[in-house]
Design a protein around this ligand. Structure first.
Ligand SMILES: Cc1cc2nc3c(=O)[nH]c(=O)nc-3n(C[C@H](O)[C@H](O)[C@H](O)COP(=O)(O)O)c2cc1C
Length: 357
């Protein structure tokens, strides 16, 4: 059993994270198999497995997470000014369901602290490790979210391989309404201007909720393409509660992640693949706990696949196991590389669109 499961959820989280920051060399650091490698955004990515946002919000363990074997590590969400987030308890383990409910509410050390840590990491690691994404949030009390996100774009453009505008956390009042047509256009206008000021222009992605209607998805896809957004992260946690949940914590308010999110988030991902037709890079996230789950997200149109909750239950060896399973699945189906499987997933998405017309 993964030791951290014995502690209360948030304490376990903190212990694990600080542990990662200090352990010098962990299992899973051996070189990735060549078929897992792909070129993305001008970088070579050694495998498509990413750490989702929320575990290392403040960039305290970037080097340790890199050593776990992730191809991508997403830091954040980070807010402009430091803020404590919601009162505790705000993280609940639904062990019977292999799920978590959280209502953290963007606890963050703030832009300056996180920037300094990432800058230091970059100075040492250069471009040798995983892709580093920075996921941007907004302060709870902020009156104009666009100002906060624009500040994030300007602050982190020099240290991030990609930026994510998180408009889908369920725990900051009003945040998810930024996904609707007019607020989204206004936000993207402001971000286009901020990208000009940021100097370097790392790819910009939007992180979306799995609870969007079909109509909302279509509008977001169209708007993201029109505004030259580079990609979508699908998805954040769900505010729905599938009927099959068993845990006594199932009625806690917040976002649900883990196993019960897999089918919902993969369905929404497939829909965005159909709507965007290869014009946006898709990152699949939600309920991933095995190589087969990663493979399913790739087949649904994802170029990268992230996870968080499964790490809580399975521990750090999970990343290495998933990579071995994925490599075996690629070989079984005759794909010489993950790139070939991604291309084939996107072709399947185009066919789905033709059928839907
Ligand atoms: C405790 C916790 C905190 C999270 N914090 C963030 C966050 O700050 N920003 C964000 O975009 N997503 C956050 N997420 C969502 C995850 O990045 C991911 O989208 C979601 O958990 C689904 O993936 P999973 O089922 O593999 O956990 C958080 C998730 C959890 C469980």
């Amino acid at each position: 059993m993964w030791l951290a499961r014995l502690l209360p959820p948030e304490t376990a989280h903190d212990v694990a994270l600080y542990g990662l920051a200090w352990v010098p060399q962990l299992r899973g650091s051996k070189k990735d198999e060549p078929p897992l490698r792909q070129q993305l955004w001008g970088r070579s990515v050694s495998n498509p497995i990413g750490l989702a946002a929320g575990l290392d919000k403040d960039a305290v363990a970037v080097a340790g997470l890199a050593r776990l074997g992730f191809g991508v590590v997403e830091i954040g969400s980070v807010t402009p000014r430091p803020q404590p987030g919601n009162p505790k308890p705000r993280l609940f383990r639904l062990a019977e369901d292999q799920a978590v409910i959280n209502r953290m509410g963007f606890n963050s050390a703030g832009h300056e602290v996180v920037f300094r840590r990432l800058d230091r990491y970059r100075a040492k690691a250069g471009n040798t490790g995983p892709l580093i994404g920075v996921n941007l949030g907004k302060n709870r009390e902020s009156e104009d979210p666009a100002v906060d996100y624009a500040a994030g774009v300007v602050r982190f453009s020099g240290v991030a391989d990609y930026l994510v505008v998180n408009i889908s956390s369920p725990n900051t009042p009003g945040l998810r309404s930024l996904q609707s047509a007019e607020p989204l256009r206004l936000l993207l206008d402001r971000l286009a201007e901020a990208r000009g000021r940021g100097g370097l222009r790392p790819p910009l992605l939007l992180k979306l909720a799995p609870d969007l209607s079909g109509e909302e998805r279509a509008i977001i896809a169209e708007t993201a393409i029109a505004y030259a957004v580079d990609g979508l992260v699908v998805s954040n946690t769900t505010i729905t509660r599938p009927p099959e949940l068993h845990s006594r914590h199932r009625t806690q308010s917040g976002g649900l992640s883990g196993r019960p999110l897999f089918a919902l988030s993969t369905g929404v991902l497939a829909d965005f693949a159909r709507l965007t037709q290869g014009r946006l890079t898709l990152i699949g996230v939600g309920g991933v706990a095995s190589g087969a789950d990663v493979y399913a997200k790739i087949r649904a149109g994802a170029s990268l696949v992230q996870l968080y909750t499964a790490l809580i239950y399975d521990g750090p060896g999970l990343v290495r196991r998933i990579k071995a399973e994925l490599a075996a699945l690629l070989a079984r189906d005759g794909y010489g590389s993950v790139t070939a499987a991604i291309a084939s997933g996107l072709t399947a998405a185009s066919t789905a669109r033709v059928r839907a017309l």
